[in-house]
Design a protein around this ligand. Structure first.
Ligand code: GLU
Length: 392
């Protein structure tokens, strides 16, 4: 439910006091701000944001920047004198522009005595458990050492299907990776309105969103959606993901003067989206966001009940194994009524699991020729669908 300052829980003013105290902050900067609508980037604008971030760091805050602008910076270098036509041309522009983009950030921060570090991520990097853990550890190490990670999507190598696609989504993933307590989306709009203010002069501004509901999504979607690189829909999606990580998200207009410092001032600005009070632990959040393998495990009523009570999945309660998956894949578990019950990391591949389905773990060694784990999916690696959608 969207709410105003008189919401059922804490008031906007109270929520704001907590925003100000955020320690780990992700700032997402969109292409429109970097170019100011012109050709190429605006180094002086980047330098001003670096000064704002340096001030936050002096207060002990740690900041990650998620920045667009590689394509925008690279486009003029291709000298095509026409819009980019293909994915390859966009990727070529990103390859040419990423270095330029980094050089501006480097110069801006170096002049303040702060080092930056480039991290280019792909969706695969957060969906593959090992790479997710590596990315998380590297980013956290950089923050602990006082550097500013500058993150962008690795556009040059990505195909359309495997892309985050927009840096709003990327920034929510980064906020999740580094356990940020605040994600600031610097955009070219003031925040969320209940309808498009560029079409409807009566549109009401919404300063606080306690929970991303279908009603909120409806405000962002459809033909009347607001402008911005990813559009309002991706911003709402980012808010939902940030909320699951217990992270607040602030959507504010980056064209304002000192838009980052303003967030930490006394006066609320933009639209604040709250985080969940009891977010899932990081491991379970990764499972929620992970892509599901080509397979499914069908359960009997007893196993379904056990899962709902927070217990692990044992082979005894499995009736059918569908499709193919490897050990360590993320798979769905289905209740006898066809409901999607849970999602988890499976300890057996599909062919071994088909052999032990319905059996007691005492029999595993005789059937498989090795002694596997008793749990097919351990409860620490299992997320109930109801828990994954909490707060939505
Ligand atoms: N990664 C793209 C770039 O650097 C921008 C994607 C976005 O702005 O959402 O040009």
């Amino acid at each position: 439910m969207a709410s105003s300052a008189s919401g059922p829980n804490k008031s906007l003013a109270e929520q704001w006091r907590e925003v100000i105290h955020a320690r780990r902050v992700v700032v997402k900067i969109g292409s429109n701000l970097l170019t100011g609508g012109g050709e190429g980037l605006r180094p002086e604008w980047i330098a001003a944001r670096a000064r704002e971030i340096a001030r936050l760091m002096e207060q002990g805050k740690r900041v990650v920047v998620v920045t667009s602008g590689a394509v925008a910076a690279g486009r003029p270098l291709l000298k095509l004198n026409r819009p980019l036509a293909s994915l390859q041309e966009k990727q070529a522009a990103a390859a040419a522009g990423q270095g330029v983009l980094m050089r501006h950030y480097e110069e801006a921060f170096e002049s303040l005595g702060i080092h930056v570090a480039q991290a280019l991520l792909t969706r695969d990097d957060v969906e593959n458990r090992q790479r997710y853990l590596n990315a998380r550890d590297t980013l956290k190490t950089l923050l602990e050492l006082g550097l500013v990670p500058i993150v962008n999507e690795n556009d040059t190598v990505m195909t359309d299907q495997l892309k985050f696609g927009d840096n709003d989504t990327l920034s929510a993933n980064v906020a999740d990776l580094v356990d940020a307590d605040l994600l600031i989306l610097l955009s070219d709009i003031d925040g969320l309105y209940d309808s498009n203010p560029r079409i409807n002069p009566e549109a009401q501004f919404i300063p606080l969103v306690e929970r991303v509901t279908p009603e909120i999504e409806a405000m962002a979607g459809g033909a009347g959606s607001l402008v911005g690189k990813g559009g309002m829909a991706t911003k709402i999606k980012a808010a939902r993901m940030a909320a699951r990580s217990g992270c607040r998200m602030l959507l504010t207009n980056g064209f304002r003067e000192d838009p980052i410092s303003e967030v930490f001032g006394a006066q609320p600005v933009g639209t604040l989206f709250l985080g969940l009070d009891n977010p899932l632990p990081a491991r379970k959040r990764w499972i929620v966001n992970a892509r599901v393998g080509r397979g499914e495990i069908l359960l009997d009523a007893g196993a379904s009940q056990a899962l709902l009570q927070g217990r692990s999945l044992l082979a005894k309660g499995i009736t059918t194994v569908l499709g193919e998956f490897a050990r360590g894949a993320v798979v769905h578990c289905q209740a006898p009524d066809g409901q999607q019950l849970a999602k988890g990391i499976v300890n057996y591949n599909s062919s071994d699991l088909a052999c032990i389905a319905g059996r007691h773990s005492r029999q595993f060694e005789a059937i498989l020729g090795y002694l596997g784990t008793e749990e097919v999916i351990h409860r620490d690696n299992l997320v109930l669908t109801s828990a994954a959608t909490q707060g939505e």
